[in-house]
Write a new protein. Structure first.
Length: 214
C-alpha cells in the first residue's frame, strides 16, 4: 500500500493536535503493516504557488484546442503541479492532515488542491465526464478544530470542499478522524475529545491495514 500524506499545519507536532492525530494514525498503521510506502508532503516546507493565468493556460488551453502549444512560461508554471501529481498517481490512499481555520481548510491546502486537480494530471475529460488518471480509492481526513461540529454541519466548509473536489475525480470513500472542541476558552472537555479522536484515528489505521491484507 502506497500512501500520500499531505500536511497543512505550520506548528510543531507538540503544538498541533492534527499532527498528533497523524502521528497516532501512522504509528498504528506502520505497526500493523510495516510494508506501507509513505510519501510525506509538508505544505509549509514545500509550498504550492497560488493558481496563475500561466498555469490555467497550460492545463486548460490544450483541452479546448488540441493544437495549442504552451509557452515556456506556461510550462514552468506547471512544474509544482506536475511534481505533486506524480506523487498522487503512485498512491493508493490519500491522507490529508490539517486544522480547520475560519470554517474551512488552510489556504495552503486549497492552493495544493488547485495545483493537482487539473486535466492531464490526475484526470482527463471525456464525453462521459472526468476519467481518473490515478489509483486512489480511499481518503483519510485528519482534522482538529477549536469549535464543535455535528455531522453535515452547515458551518463545515472544509469537509464539503474536500468531498466535492476529490469526488469529481472519483474518490468517494472519505474517512474522518476529527478532534473538535480544542479551544479551551469555550470548551472544558478538549482533552477527552482529543483522546476520542486519537482512538478514531487508530481505528481507521486498523481498517486500512486489514483491507490491505485482503
Amino acid at each position: 500500500m502506497n500512501i500520500l500524506h499531505v500536511c497543512a499545519n505550520p506548528k510543531s507536532t507538540e503544538e498541533s493536535v492534527s499532527k498528533q492525530l497523524a502521528a497516532r494514525f501512522f504509528g498504528k498503521l506502520m505497526e500493523l503493516n510495516p510494508d506501507v510506502e509513505l510519501n510525506n508532503v509538508d505544505l509549509y516546507q514545500d509550498k504550492p504557488p497560488y493558481y496563475s493565468n500561466d498555469l490555467y493556460r497550460r492545463m486548460w488551453m490544450p483541452v479546448f484546442d488540441e493544437t495549442y502549444e504552451p509557452s515556456k512560461a506556461e510550462e514552468a508554471a506547471a512544474h509544482y503541479a506536475t511534481k505533486q501529481a506524480e506523487l498522487f498517481k503512485t498512491a493508493d490512499v490519500l491522507v490529508l492532515t490539517m486544522p480547520m481555520w475560519n470554517f474551512s481548510a488552510p489556504a495552503v491546502m486549497k492552493a495544493w488542491m488547485d495545483q493537482i486537480l487539473a486535466p492531464g494530471l490526475v484526470f482527463e475529460l471525456t464525453g462521459d465526464g472526468p476519467k481518473p488518471l490515478h489509483n486512489i480509492t480511499t481518503m483519510v481526513l485528519l482534522v482538529a478544530s477549536g469549535g464543535i461540529y455535528k455531522e453535515d454541519d452547515e458551518r463545515d466548509a472544509l469537509t464539503r470542499q474536500v468531498r466535492s473536489a476529490f469526488g469529481f475525480i472519483d474518490i468517494s470513500d472519505l474517512r474522518i478522524a476529527w478532534a473538535d472542541g480544542q479551544n479551551p476558552l469555550f470548551f472544558n472537555d478538549g482533552e477527552i475529545r482529543r483522546e476520542m479522536a486519537f482512538e478514531a484515528a487508530e481505528d481507521l489505521a486498523e481498517e486500512l491495514a486489514e483491507e490491505s491484507q485482503e
